[in-house]
Design a protein around this ligand. Structure first.
Ligand SMILES: Nc1ncnc2c1ncn2[C@@H]1O[C@H](COP(=O)(O)OP(=O)(O)O)[C@@H](O)[C@H]1O
Ligand SMILES: [Mg+2]
Length: 315
């Protein structure tokens, strides 16, 4: 019996695989951009950890999300334990779903209008949204990752010029968010990491150089920016209770949740990530009980529980 990692990213599997090996957790990659599903058979015994990336299309893996969804559905229909299963995958792939779920849980979010379509619809959406959300505002694709395609738009004329230009970024599902810009008290956001429902630590990410804020070591967008991320030692805030309650109801076994704090101390949650690659410098700073260690302990526990279930004779 082993832990299968549902993965599409060639680099992300490497540090995770090393950590699993060091922890003695038997594992294998379940690659999601190509392959087969033997629907008439039982899935292998074991546990699965869904690490499907929202930015897979940028690596040419345009069907990987669909494949992951079908795979996870098949596994769950056979009662297999999938960490970050169907609900988490749905949230990962849609900022609209994140927004609706956060609002329903009473967690503050930036005011947002969803737009389905291209340049014409985005412009009409902006005209409709501006009286409520003001300017500048944020334009971003529904299925995001690494801050790709996230733009700060100062006014309607700037949006018109952008939409007319060739560099309109892609929204893989054709859905856009026109969102209230939260003016941060300091040029940074906070990202809270949770493993197995427990808060691990909060990271401060500087936004001074832009919106591409992937904390992974070696991630193309940020590998040179060592000081961009730092640990918020001793972070403790009522928002953690809200977030813990939220993730427990959403099947988010492992996640990183981002918020911005404005000058009045209000916190607005705007991004939920199920595929954090823990930054080695942050992990070293966190010391014992960092996110990687917690994740390894969770995987070992889940594997032992699956093994136990397997060994109990079925009535
Ligand atoms: N509503 C907002 N107000 C202010 N800044 C924002 C807002 N939405 C996004 N940003 C900035 O853009 C970055 C990337 O946006 P995000 O929604 O996290 O996309 P991704 O899923 O690609 O990471 C954020 O970390 C933040 O710095
Ligand atoms: Mg983000």
């Amino acid at each position: 019996m082993r832990a299968y990692i549902i993965n599409e990213h060639p680099d992300w599997i490497v540090p995770l695989g090393k950590a699993l090996e060091a922890s003695g957790v038997p594992w294998a990659e379940w690659y999601t951009d190509a392959g087969r599903l033997a629907l008439d058979k039982e899935p292998p015994e074991g546990i699965w950890f869904n690490r499907m990336s929202a930015s897979s299309h940028t690596r040419g893996h345009v069907h990987a999300v669909t494949h992951a969804r079908e795979l996870v559905g098949w596994l769950e229909s056979h009662g297999r334990r999938v960490l970050n299963g169907t609900r988490a995958l749905t949230l990962e792939m849609s900022k609209l779903q994140q927004h609706a779920a956060l609002n329903a849980a009473g967690i503050a979010t930036p005011r947002t209008l969803a737009v389905i379509g291209g340049a014409k619809e985005i412009l009409a959406g902006a005209r409709e949204a501006i009286p409520a959300i003001g300017t500048p505002f944020i334009l971003k694709p529904n299925r995001g990752g690494k801050g790709l395609g996230v733009r700060l738009v100062s006014e309607l004329s700037q949006l018109e010029a952008y939409l007319a230009s060739a560099d309109l970024s892609e929204s893989p599902d054709g859905v856009w968010l026109i969102q209230e810009y939260i003016r941060a008290a300091e040029p940074c956001i906070t990202r809270c990491e949770f493993v197995g429902g427990e808060f691990v630590y909060a990271i401060r990410s500087s936004t001074a150089e832009g919106f591409e804020l992937c904390p992974a070591d070696g991630c193309g967008t940020c590998s040179t920016a060592g000081a961009k991320f730092s640990l918020r030692h001793g972070f403790d805030d009522p928002i953690l209770d809200q977030l813990r309650g939220f993730i427990a109801g959403q099947g988010l076994d492992v996640c990183g949740i981002e918020f911005i704090e404005d000058a009045s101390g209000n916190k607005f949650v705007y991004d939920i990530n199920g595929t954090t690659n823990y930054n080695p410098a942050i992990e070293a700073d966190a010391g014992q009980g960092g996110a990687t260690q917690r994740l390894m302990a969770l995987m070992a526990r889940e594997l032992a529980a699956a093994s136990e279930r397997c060994s109990v004779p079925q009535p």
